[in-house]
Design a protein around this ligand. Sequence first.
Ligand code: NAG
Ligand code: NAG
Ligand code: NAG
Ligand code: NAG
Ligand code: NAG
Ligand code: NAG
Ligand code: NAG
Ligand code: NAG
Length: 911
Amino acid sequence: MTVTRCSPSLALLLVHGLSVSVLLASADPPGFLSLSCGGSTSFVDSGNNISWVPDGPYVTAGNATAANFVQGGSTSQLPLRFFADSGPGSRACFRLPVGNLPLVLVRPRFVYGNYDGMHRPPVFAVSLGRAIAGFVNLSQADPWVEEFVWRREKGAALPFCLHSVAGGGSPVISSLEVRPLPEGAYGTRLQEFGDNLLRKRFRINCGYVDDEPLRYPLDYHDRLWDADEGFSPSHLAAAFHIPVSFDLTGIKENPPASVLQTARVLARKTALTYNFPLDKLGDYYVALYFAGIMPVSSSFDVLINGDVVHSDYTVEHGKVGSIFFMGKKIESLNITFRNNSFYPQVNGIEIYEVLEVPVECSTTTVSALQVIRQSTGFDFGWEDDPCSPKPWMHVGCDGNLVTSLKLSDMDLGAITPTFGDLLDLKILDLHNTSIAGEITNLGTLQKLEILNLSFNKLTSFGSDFNTMVSLQILDLHNNSLEGAVPDGLGSLNYLHLLNLENNRLHGVLPQSLKKERLEVRTSGNLCLSFSSMCNNFSNHPSIPTPQVTVFDMERPLHSNRKTVIIAIATIGSVCFAILLILLAMIVQRRRRKEDDVISRTSREMQRWSAARIFSYKEIKAATNNFRDVIGSGGFGSVYLGKLSDGKLVAVKVRLDKTQLGADSFFNEVHLLSQVRHQNLVSLEGFCHESKQQILVYEYLPGGSLADNLYGSNSKRATLNWARRLKIAVDAAKGLDYLHNGSNPRIIHRDVKCSNILLDAEINAKVSDFGLSKQVLQVDATHVTTAVKGTAGYLDPEYYATQQLTEKSDVYSFGVVLLEMICGREPLSHVGPPDTYNLVLWAKPYLQADSFEIVDENIKGAFNPESMKKAASVAIRCVERDASHRPTIAEVLAELKEAYSIQLTSMSSEAT
Ligand SMILES: *[C@@H]1O[C@H](CO)[C@@H](O)[C@H](O)[C@H]1NC(C)=O
Ligand SMILES: *[C@@H]1O[C@H](CO)[C@@H](O)[C@H](O)[C@H]1NC(C)=O
Ligand SMILES: *[C@@H]1O[C@H](CO)[C@@H](O)[C@H](O)[C@H]1NC(C)=O
Ligand SMILES: *[C@@H]1O[C@H](CO)[C@@H](O)[C@H](O)[C@H]1NC(C)=O
Ligand SMILES: *[C@@H]1O[C@H](CO)[C@@H](O)[C@H](O)[C@H]1NC(C)=O
Ligand SMILES: *[C@@H]1O[C@H](CO)[C@@H](O)[C@H](O)[C@H]1NC(C)=O
Ligand SMILES: *[C@@H]1O[C@H](CO)[C@@H](O)[C@H](O)[C@H]1NC(C)=O
Ligand SMILES: *[C@@H]1O[C@H](CO)[C@@H](O)[C@H](O)[C@H]1NC(C)=O
C-alpha cells in the first residue's frame, strides 16, 4: 500500500503556474530541497512556507510537460517531467546534492494524470544509490508517493533514477523532496544489518483523525504522518489528544510533539491489534513510539506477529519511549498491545521495508573501467557503480563482479594493460575495435572463458594464452595473424572452439590442438593444417625488412661493385643487397665466411655501439646448444652461456616469429649500447641473423627481485628489510641515471620486480629496455605515445592521457617499493576484491603508519622509522596525480636515508 493522499504541497504545485508569488527568501530548515519536476519557476508553498525550485539543474534528461489535475471540481495544470521510453534498461537520473548529510529522507511523487491523452499509466522502477528501491505502477495509484530513508555512504551527489521496464511506457515524475534526518535516527537496531535503504510502508500517527497527513512544520523533518483510522479495530480504542510537552532527549528519531500528543488507548478490552498488509515477503523494520499523555502510567505487553517483543512495557506520565523491531522474512505484520495491568496505548508507528544495498564493485574494477571510459571516450551509458543498481551498458555482472565486457565497432588501437585489471571477466568481446599488434595484457584473466578478438588487426599471438587457463572459446578470425600457431594453445584444457579463419597463418598446426572436443577453424589462411603439407611453406625465402629509424647514408659505392650488386639484387631490394655486400666486406676482415647473412640492421647497430655482434654459431656454442634455461616469459627464453673468454652471460632469445617486436629489439640494443651504469644491466652483444633476435647480457646469478620476493621460502627469508632497501636504492640509482644522467634522457617504461636483477653480492641492476623511450628534445616535458607497460605497474595518468613522463617510471617504482614492503604482487585474486590491487589496498594502511600489512618475512625485524620513511615515499610515488609524485632523485635520497636509519639501528642493536 502506498500513501496516495494529496498533500498541501501538491495542491500548491498545481497553482504556482497561476502566478502565486510569495516574496520571501527561503527560510526552510537547512538541507531541505524541494524540486518541482518539469516546473519552470520557483515559488513558496503558502501552506507551510517551503520553497520549491525547478528540477532542471539536477537532471539532464526528460521533457517538461503538465497534466490536467482535477481536484474539488476544478481542473488545474500540474507540471511534470517524463522520460521518453527508450527501451528496457534505459534510465534517467537525478543527482541530489546531499552533501555531508548522514541520513536523508527522499520523497518522490509520481503523477501521470493522462498528460499525454493516451490513458496508459506507465510502470517503471526507481533506484536510489546502488539499490533498486521499488516499482511504480501508476495504474494502481495516481499520484504515487514513496518515501525512502537513505544512509550516506560517500560521494556528494545521491543518484535517484527512473528505469524503464519492458512495455512499461515512459517514466514520469512530478516532484522530488529531500529532507535531512537527525544523525543516528532509526539506527538503534538497523546498523547491525549492514548497508541498507528503508522504504516507508506505513507511518501512522495513532489517534489522529485528519484526512491530510501531518507534516512540516509540525514535523521538523517533514515526514508524512497518516491518520490510523484505516487500520482495523480502531473502534476498540479511544483516540486521545492531550497537549503534554515532552523531553525527547535520547530519542534520535525526534518524533513530533503533535504526533506524541495523540494516542490510541485501550480502556475496556484486553488487547488492541493493528494489522498491516505487507503483500511482499521481506525484512521489515518497525518503530513504535509511546508517550505518557495519560494522568496514570500504563503497562502492557507488546506482541509482534504473536510473539511478545516486550512484556510489561510501562509508559509513565510525561515520558516518551520507543521500541524498535526487525522482522525478518515476513509477509504480514500485526502488532498487538495486550493488557497487563492498565491501559495499553500507542502514539506512533513507523514500518519500513528494508532494502538491501548491493555491495559495490571493487575499486580495481571501477578504476579500470573509468580508465577505459576516459581514454576512449566510450559511453557506458551511466556513471556510478558499474554493476548496481543495474549494470552499465556493455557490462555484465554477477553480483558486484564485472564478468563480461563487450566493446565493439570503436577504436581501441591496442589491448591496453587496463583490461588485465578486470580480473573477474568471463567474457571479453573486443571484436572490430581496431586493435593491432600482439595479443597482450590479458594473461591475468584466469577466469576468462570467451575471448572474441575477431575483425581486428592483430598480428601475433603473444604469450598470454599460457595463463588464461579457463578459456573455452577463442575467436581470432579476420585478423592479420602471421607465422605459425603457438603450441601453447594446446595446453588450454577447456578450449572447445578456436577460430583462426581469415588470417595470414601458415605451417603445421601443433599436434597438441588435435583434441576430441576442440573445433579448430582454419580456412582463409595462407596454409594451415595438421598435415605436413604446409610444412615447407615457412621455408620460402622471405627477406626481412626491419624498420630502423636511425640510418646514415653510406658514401657512394665503387661503380664496378655496383654492377655485382645489381646482379645479386634480383632476390630482393637493391638497398638490402648493397648493405649485404657492404657488411660482408667489413665483417670479413674480422670474421670468416660464416657471417655472410648478417643483415643491414646488425651492421648499423654495430655502428651505434661497441656492443659485439655474435654469430648464431657462436651463440649456439656459448649456450651449449641452448641447454640451461635460466628464465622465460612472454619475450622468449633466457639461457646461460659461457663466452670463449670464460665470461658467463645471459642469452635472451626473443620469440618473435613475425618480426613485429623488431623495433623493441633494436631499441634495446640501441639504448643499452649508449648507457653504461653500475645499476643497469650491461649488454655484451647481440645476434641478429636471419630472423633471430638474440641479446647477450652480463650474467647476474642472483636472479630477479621477483624471483627473490616470490620464490622459495629460503629466498624470501634472506631478503631482510636492509637488503630490500639496498636493492631499492640500487634500482633507484639506475633509474636516476636514465632520467637524469644520460643524454638524451630515457624513460624505462617497464619498471617491475622481474626487471630488477641481482648479482652475487645482491647489487641490483635494472634490465629490459625493450620498451624504453628516449626524450630527444631537451625541454620536452612529455612524450605522447601508445600506452605500453605491465598490468599492475602502469601509471594511471599516463594510461588516461597517453602522455609519458619520467613520473610514470616513478609510479611503477612505487609499486615495486610496495611489493618489497608488503611481499605481495601488484595484482592478485586471492582474498576479497578490495585487496586485488596492491596500490589501492596498501595505501590507506601505510598512510596511517599502520604496518600490519608488512610482509610476514620481515615483520618485527625492521626499524619503524626506516619503514615509515620508505612507506611514505612509496605512497607518494603512486599518487594518481603525476605532479604530486616525487622525482626519482628525491625518491633515491629518501631511500638512502631509510637505508641508513635501518643500518644504524642494526649496528646499535649488535653492540
Ligand atoms: C509563513 O511565513 C509567514 C511570513 O513569515 C508567516 O506569517 C506564516 O505564519 C508562515 N506560515 C507557516 C505555516 O509557517
Ligand atoms: C523531448 O525533448 C527533446 C529535446 O529535448 C525532443 O527532441 C523530443 O522530441 C521531446 N519528446 C517529446 C515526446 O516531446
Ligand atoms: C499495474 O497495475 C495494474 C492494475 O493493478 C495491473 O493490471 C498491471 O498488471 C500492473 N503492471 C505491472 C507491470 O505490475
Ligand atoms: C497476528 O499474527 C500471528 C502470526 O502471524 C497470528 O497467529 C495471529 O492470529 C495474528 N493476530 C491477529 C489479531 O491477526
Ligand atoms: C487489565 O489487567 C489488569 C491486571 O491483570 C486487570 O485488573 C484489568 O481488569 C484488565 N483490564 C481489562 C479491560 O481487561
Ligand atoms: C566495424 O565498425 C565500423 C564502425 O566503427 C563499422 O562501420 C563496420 O561495419 C564494423 N565492421 C564489422 C565487421 O562489424
Ligand atoms: C565474435 O564476434 C563476431 C562479431 O560480432 C561474431 O560474428 C562471432 O560469432 C563472435 N564469436 C563468438 C565465438 O561468439
Ligand atoms: C573477413 O576475411 C575474409 C577473407 O579475407 C574477407 O573476405 C571478408 O570480407 C572479411 N570480413 C570482414 C568483415 O572484413
